[in-house]
Design a protein around this ligand. Structure first.
Ligand SMILES: [Cu+2]
Length: 121
């Protein structure tokens, strides 16, 4: 009887611990991915415009082809990204950051281009 009580107490504690860990990692995933992801395909950035908060890091994920992520105002520039490669940049100042692919786009939203809007916290 005593042993059973101790065992079920242990099982309960384990269940609580597992639930806490699971919830925490789910929350961490949500904040890591959130709306701060841009998918690169042939030949567009998706979504074309995203809004993030000051301090957020945006991750561009290249799914196909060879592309770059180049700020119109030279705030950031990636290397040539092959399929499966990513580029990330942390935005520390509010503002509008237009960018384009060096191969398939141009400044001012031409062709393969996008915009990151950074809101003040
Ligand atoms: Cu491109």
């Amino acid at each position: 009887m005593k042993k059973t009580v101790r065992l079920s107490l242990f099982a309960m504690l384990l269940a609580f611990a597992l639930a806490a860990v699971t919830e925490r990692s789910a929350r961490m995933n949500a904040s890591a991915q959130g709306n701060n992801q841009v998918t690169i395909t042939n030949f567009k950035f998706e979504p074309k415009t995203i809004t993030v908060n000051e301090g957020d890091t945006v991750v561009w994920n290249n799914k196909e082809g060879l592309h770059t992520v180049k700020s119109d105002t030279d705030v950031f520039v990636s290397k040539n990204l092959k399929a499966g490669e990513t580029f990330s940049y942390q935005f520390t100042k509010a503002g509008k950051y237009p960018y384009h692919c060096g191969f398939h786009g141009g400044k001012g939203g031409a062709d393969m281009a996008g915009t990151i809007v950074v809101k003040k916290k």
